[in-house]
Design a protein around this ligand. Structure first.
Ligand code: FES
Length: 590
């Protein structure tokens, strides 16, 4: 009777040990006696030939695939392409599932779970016999969570995002995921669109696999993962449905094997210079305000010093080049065909650290040596930009936000960037939604709408509600934008003159908690200031009357989160997750 090894034609190595020691996985698979037998034997149950234990790099494929995360639902196919690349390059791929975060479905907000996913993936990377990992992500929070995890485990890693959806289409025009939801919502509220028409529009908005195809948070983080050097050049923009998504995945699998052999770690790729490049590219692409929070969190894991104000200071010389919704006109498919991130990097040139080395092992300058732009209306030049330098995300300071606040200038109304108005204050987004439909709401277009209680600890999880829809009475009058202020975030696909991430948040006693309806608020973006015109004495008096709201959660992860989450200006990570523990495993249970 044939043995299993005869069936596979693969004779077992005499002592079961690898021929090329030195990789992390050898401490599992090169072990002799009982431990080695346990490590190898159970994996053989999956049908692997014994050669997989010959000392080749073991490459994990961390897959955030889930049917509950529509933007990542195609990642199993992407993982297959990665595996082909790993096998082809002489590695041993092992795919494993991770937590997944579906932006559209999860309550109270996917952001509540970003840190949980990062913690889970970090521990999976460290606990398993991996020499390197390919990180498969897509939807908003899955990309930063994966990068935070890779940073803290500091195992050789390369990222493959799932790519954007094809351009949305409705009535002959382009429809951007997210961005048009806000437009249609306003049209519906104003009576210019019916519910039936919205249902038709929604099917045209999601035409293929992939993440949101506007320059929302998912596209932004994919582009920044590429800029940081963690993604292969040009790969952020290939649509999820494009065969070149599979190609780039296969190439990433091949590259992961080399990274593992060379021991190139994320901390060597995601350097201070890499973050400076990412901040500047975020300005050039009109990227999401959420990138501020995610980059701060990733940098915190790596010990890279990064201040909130640097998102403003470093971005000031950078014009907005990319003409994509929500700041502009086009969508990610157009961006891809126009040249994608390499074309943007080439255009920015000396504004970037071009000697930064990526996962390719080459410098940024080498990576983009052949980059070209094929559509100058989609990717503008520095000399004829979409918006002038300094029009990206501004960081505001003042007595209303001593820890800072942000506003995305390119998505705001220019005439509102300097504005003084009286506050209309709501303690929760639910309270606002209830009031916003009232026909007798005392509000006009000069009013400054304030919604608090939506910060990291308050909601909890800092939901994307900052670009809340305008009051119905004003929509019906044709008002399209107003100054809105909150301690919440905004969807990267959102737009409007919205001041976000006010820190400290109201729930921890930030000055936002002390503002009252009728107070005058002054916003001056060019001066980077946000102030409430109330004396220090009066604010101090109000503070004596203030008490924190009771905690919403008494147990479980939400309690852990609320007790340990940092403020927005520190990346909203959990305080005990900041930093790195590396990939060393101190103990072996066999
Ligand atoms: Fe997943 Fe927009 S909802 S990327």
């Amino acid at each position: 009777m044939a043995t299993q090894d005869q069936l596979t034609g693969s004779p077992e190595p005499a002592d079961g040990r690898p021929t090329r020691p030195g990789l992390r996985s050898t401490s599992w698979f090169a072990a002799q006696g009982r431990p080695g037998m346990i490590y190898r034997s159970w994996l053989r149950a999956e049908g692997f030939v014994p050669e997989v234990f010959d000392g080749r790099p073991v490459i994990g494929i961390a897959n955030s695939w889930s049917e509950l995360t529509p933007c990542n639902a195609h990642l199993r196919g992407v993982a297959d392409a990665v595996k082909r690349g790993v096998w082809e390059a002489g590695g041993f791929p092992l795919e494993f599932p991770t937590m997944s975060l579906g932006e559209t479905l999860m309550r109270p907000t996917a952001m509540l779970f970003r840190n949980l996913m990062a913690m889970e993936v970090e521990e999976l990377l460290r606990a398993n016999p991996l020499d390197g990992v390919v990180l498969l992500s897509g939807c908003d929070k899955t990309t930063p969570a994966m990068l935070m995890a890779a940073a803290s485990a500091d195992l050789p890693a390369i990222m493959v995002t799932g790519g954007p959806m094809l351009n949305g289409k409705f009535r002959g025009g382009d429809v951007g995921s997210g961005t048009h939801v806000w437009k249609f919502e306003a049209e519906l509220a104003a009576g210019r669109m019916t519910q039936a028409e919205c249902v038709v529009a929604e099917s045209g908005m999601a035409r293929s696999c992939g993440h949101c195809m506007t320059m929302g948070t998912a596209s932004t983080m994919a582009c920044l993962a590429e800029t940081l050097g963690m993604q292969l050049p040009g790969s952020a923009a290939w649509p999820g449905a494009d065969s070149r998504r599979q190609l780039t995945a296969m190439q990433a699998g091949q590259r992961a094997v080399t990274l593992a052999k060379q021991g190139v770690r994320p901390s060597q790729i995601m350097t201070r210079n890499a973050f400076e490049n990412a901040i500047r590219v975020n300005a050039a692409i009109g990227g999401s305000t959420n990138a501020v929070i995610h980059l701060l969190a990733i940098a915190g894991r790596l010990g890279v010093p990064l201040r909130l104000d640097e998102f403003d200071e470093l971005a000031r010389p950078v014009p907005t080049l990319v003409n994509l919704m929500p700041s502009g006109k086009y969508l990610m498919e157009d961006f891809c065909y126009a040249g994608g991130i390499p074309a943007v990097l080439a255009e920015l040139g000396d504004l970037l650290h071009t000697d930064h080395v990526s996962v390719t092992g080459r410098t940024l300058a080498e990576n983009i040596a052949d980059a070209q732009c094929w559509n100058r209306d989609v990717i503008r030049t520095v000399s004829e930009p979409l918006q002038p330098p300094g029009s990206g995300t501004a960081v505001l300071r003042g007595n209303l936000c001593p820890g800072g606040a942000v506003i995305k200038q390119s998505a705001a109304s220019p005439h509102l960037l300097k504005h003084r108005g009286q506050a209309l204050v709501f303690d929760s987004i639910e309270e606002y939604h209830e009031a916003a439909v009232q026909p007798d709401l005392d509000v006009d277009e000069s009013t400054v709408l304030v919604v608090r209680g939506a910060g990291p600890r308050g909601y909890p999880g800092m939901p994307e509600v900052g670009n809340f829809v305008l009051p119905k009475v004003l929509l019906e009058r044709g008002v399209t934008d107003m100054v809105r202020i909150s301690d919440a975030r905004m969807s990267g696909t959102g737009y409007g003159t919205v001041v976000l991430h006010v820190a400290p948040e109201a729930t921890v006693g930030g000055p936002l908690a002390l503002v009252r309806t009728g107070d005058w608020i002054s916003l001056d973006v060019s001066a980077r200031s946000l102030t409430v015109e109330v004396s220090d004495e009066e604010l101090a008096r109000r503070r004596t009357e203030w008490s924190p709201p009771p905690a919403r959660y008494q147990r479980g992860y939400a309690r852990l989160y609320t007790e340990h989450v940092l403020q927005a200006d520190q990346g909203a990570d959990l305080d005990f997750l900041v930093g790195s523990s590396g990939a060393a495993v101190p103990r072996d249970n066999h």
